[in-house]
Design a protein around this ligand. Structure first.
Ligand code: NAD
Length: 495
């Protein structure tokens, strides 16, 4: 149970100026440059971080490569690697509240959710992949009797991981944990607006016994140090979560450098489809509202397009708007609030620009639609619902990544499928129906990496998360994610 008093003590603590974590040491950027870290809670500068340049990235990649070739992690016994990773998971749990509060001061997620989704889920992820180390085997192929074909799984080498600001620890753990479990070295580049908890995470891995250089964290601007990592000729694989805009750049970097493999977890514009035969409309409205409004809509799988069958449309929108109006938005470190801050002033501006465009396009504002709590100096926005949205509007096509829901009406199942699939994205989706056959038909018909039926949002690490179409390639989570961090090697042995 979280206690307000403990949170309040942690939120008062000064945060020391932060440096780069390279080769197990804190290092300044070679240029000496720093970046201000602004808290979205009140718009104040809470500390500074190093602003890494090309040279710093090179130093981090060299450290990662050196230790990889030395083999102190890559060739350590499975039991040893597992022990270190389990210890790291234990340390994340031990420092969970500290990590959660630090992360919230940096990125603005409501503390209850941050506590579960950040250290909570990161620890579970690290433990899951630690346990995989001595349970995933190579293969022996069914070759003719006089020859043996063996398939080995080997670490790829140096992994560059670039992550966003919405759930920095959870998403970084989805990448770091399988990469480390399979013996790789990692250079991690957090977002400019959510790096503090990841710098601390690197320190905890070190305390757990991870050899120096195996996990390096470089902070800095995406267009500078992110680009340098993407272009580096000694990075073997790039794993990324973020926008399609940057994802495209990473593919270019690969083409311009060493053809490194690039795995992209990108955005979404996920359809959440409510049929008139849904078992409990009030419950569906409640879950659907949280499916878009939790973390102020800054969730890649947010159900941001609500498709509602005409005969229940008015009733459903009423239920939904009632839930949206009741949500308490405010200081993310106050346990009374349901929803925290928007991550940055720039993201808030982006969210508000979608309100303007939806109004211009003729959508009907049902509730919200504005910045709130401006007097705090922080970045907050009212949960917003638009009805009368059509599939040609910007609001229905582009990802807002904010607390803005557009409701589209449909008449038939075929039309719902056609509308759901009209997007360039294909990350998540939801279907609400009491008809089992329809549920199965929809699971097959909707083009998305995830289909929820009569629920929305499933946090478990055991299942893959990945998108189709312009939502990306490859998956995070589950044993399937190990594929990204290993090369297959065939050995032929004449018998
Ligand atoms: P972003 O693409 O702006 O930034 C992501 C990361 O890329 C940051 O670390 C940033 O510094 C870095 N970057 C920026 N420019 C770069 C460049 N030129 N070269 C290399 N790196 C660069 O995304 P964001 O605003 O941090 O996050 C929001 C986006 O992330 C949304 O589109 C959201 O849907 C997506 N997301 C996807 C998933 C998923 O699992 N599919 C999960 C969470 C977020």
């Amino acid at each position: 149970m979280l206690e307000q008093q403990q949170i309040d003590v942690l939120r008062q603590q000064n945060i020391a100026p932060q440096q780069l974590f390279i080769n197990g040491e804190w290092q300044a950027a070679s240029s000496g440059q720093t970046m201000d870290i602004i808290s979205p809670i009140n718009g104040e500068v809470i500390t500074i971080t190093a602003d890494a340049g090309v040279e710093d990235v090179d130093r981090a990649v060299k450290a990662a490569r050196t230790v990889f070739e030395k083999g102190s992690w890559a060739q350590a016994s499975p039991a040893e690697r597992k022990k270190v990773m389990l210890k790291a998971a234990e340390l994340v749990e031990k420092h969970a509240l500290e990590l959660a509060v630090l992360g919230v001061r940096d990125n603005g997620t409501e503390i209850g959710m941050a506590f579960r989704a950040e250290p909570g889920s990161a620890a579970a992820t690290i433990r899951f992949y630690a346990e995989s180390i001595d349970k995933v085997y190579g293969e022996i192929a069914p070759t003719p009797n006089n020859i043996l074909g063996m398939i080995h799984r080997e670490p790829v080498g140096v992994v560059g991981a670039i992550v966003p600001w919405n759930f920095p620890m959870m998403i970084a753990a989805w990448k770091i944990a399988p990469a480390l479990a399979t013996g790789n070295s990692v250079v991690l580049k957090p977002s400019e607006t959510a790096s503090l908890s990841l710098l601390r995470l690197a320190e905890l891995f070190s305390e757990a016994g991870l050899p120096d250089g195996v996990l390096n964290v470089i902070t800095g601007q995406g267009a500078v140090c992110g680009e340098a990592l993407g272009l580096h000729n000694d990075v073997d694989v790039l794993v990324f979560t973020g926008s399609g805009f940057v994802g495209r750049k990473l593919l270019e970097y690969s083409a311009r450098s060493n053809l490194k493999r690039v795995y992209l977890e990108l955005g979404g514009k996920s359809p959440n489809i409510v049929f008139a035969d849904a078992p409990d409309l009030a419950q569906a409205a409640k879950v659907s509202a949280m499916g878009i409004f939790r973390n102020s809509g800054q969730v890649c799988v947010a159900g941001s397009r609500l498709l509602v069958e005409r005969e229940i449309h008015d009733e459903f929108v009423e239920h939904l708007a009632a839930v949206a109006r009741q949500l308490k938005v405010g200081d993310p470190l106050n346990l009374d609030n349901d929803i925290g801050a928007i991550n940055s002033a720039a993201q808030l501006d982006k969210d508000l620009s979608f309100i303007d465009s939806a109004m211009l396009d003729g959508a009907n504002l049902v509730t919200g639609g504005k910045q709130i709590l401006g007097e705090t100096g922080g970045y907050y926005m009212a949960p917003t619902v638009f009805s009368d949205v059509t599939t040609n509007m910007q609001l229905d096509k582009e990802e807002v990544f904010g607390p803005v829901l557009g409701v589209v009406v449909f008449d038939t199942e075929e039309q719902a499928v056609q509308m759901a699939n009209s997007s360039n994205y294909g990350l998540a989706s939801g279907v609400w129906t009491g008809n089992l056959s329809r549920a199965h038909r929809m699971i097959r018909a909707v083009k998305a990496g995830v289909v929820h039926v009569n629920t929305y949002g499933g946090p478990d690490v055991t299942v893959p998360l990945g998108g189709v179409k312009q939502s990306g390639n490859g998956v995070d989570k589950s044993l399937h994610a190990l594929e990204k961090y290993t090369d297959l090697k065939t050995a032929w042995i004449q018998l």
